[in-house]
Design a protein around this ligand. Structure first.
Ligand SMILES: C[S@@+](CC[C@H](N)C(=O)[O-])C[C@H]1O[C@@H](n2cnc3c(N)ncnc32)[C@H](O)[C@@H]1O
Length: 243
């Protein structure tokens, strides 16, 4: 049986159903059906984007005007590379001298205009390596990191929140004054201590839910705009700004 669905561009398309007899578990069949019928998946394939997640960053940026030509960006949890693609294009990153650096412990194909580090962001050496690769203070730290799911919801939640908090600490220790921080969190998930820390260090803090983020997903993004700067304007990690 087939139905119709609306594409991102508003056109009507046939709905793909996955037959029960393919030997898939019901939950896997539902995931596959949702994926096959997802207008953002179709759009990503048509436009050569690495992920449907790319549209989450595009939508947030369309509204909040974060990515501007010439800015430097650090992308945490970058694979398969959709956010790096959007960031590199919008800041006009030069492939010969990239101003976007991404990190992920998963291997990913190169993205023109981005340097990719394959390592765990929680590794003690990661912050220094990111700063060396960027060659100066970032104007934006963006994080779409999510911990691999264990099936235990509370554990998954705690692990992703830990990534978000570590990303926030990193952003506060490296951002240029006036810079911004964007990170994946969960509905009802951001601890008050994290929100307090962001409010203390940034001019404004918002929760954002782009349309490309599935409404049934508890995913939410924290956007902290206008970094107030460090008291001594020191940077925790040495990076050669002259390159
Ligand atoms: C939702 S995906 C990111 C999608 C990406 N924004 C895009 O547009 O293609 C989350 C990524 O976070 C990465 N990740 C999770 N924990 C990490 C860690 N500790 N260090 C580096 N990457 C991590 C995962 O490997 C995964 O690739």
């Amino acid at each position: 049986m087939s139905g119709t669905r609306k594409t991102v561009t508003g056109a009507r398309a046939l709905k793909t159903r996955v037959k029960k007899k393919r030997g898939l578990k019901n939950s896997s069949r539902r995931w596959l059906e949702r994926h096959l019928n997802d207008p953002y998946v179709h759009r990503a394939q048509a436009e050569g984007m690495r992920s449907r997640a790319a549209y989450k960053l595009s939508e947030i940026d369309d509204k909040h005007k974060l990515l501007k030509p010439g800015l430097r960006v650090i992308d945490l949890g970058a694979a398969p590379g959709g956010w790096c693609q959007v960031a590199a294009e919008r800041v006009g990153s030069d492939p010969e001298k990239p101003s976007v650096v991404g990190i992920d412990y998963l291997e990913m194909d190169p993205v023109p205009g981005a340097v990719i580090l394959q390592m765990d962001f929680l590794d003690d050496e990661a912050p220094q390596r990111l700063m060396e690769a960027l060659g100066g203070e970032p104007d934006l730290v963006i994080s779409d990191m999510a911990a691999p799911t264990t099936g235990h919801r509370r554990t998954d939640h705690i692990r992703t929140m830990h990534l978000c908090e570590t990303a926030a600490d990193f952003a506060i220790s490296v951002l240029r004054e006036g810079g911004h921080f964007l990170a994946k969190t969960f509905q009802g998930g951001a601890e008050n201590s994290l929100l307090d820390q962001l409010k203390k260090n940034f001019k404004s803090v918002h929760h954002v839910k782009p349309q490309a983020s599935r409404s049934e997903s508890v995913e939410l993004y924290l956007l902290a705009k206008g970094f107030k700067g460090r008291p001594d304007d020191g940077n925790a990690y040495e990076a050669d700004d002259s390159s």
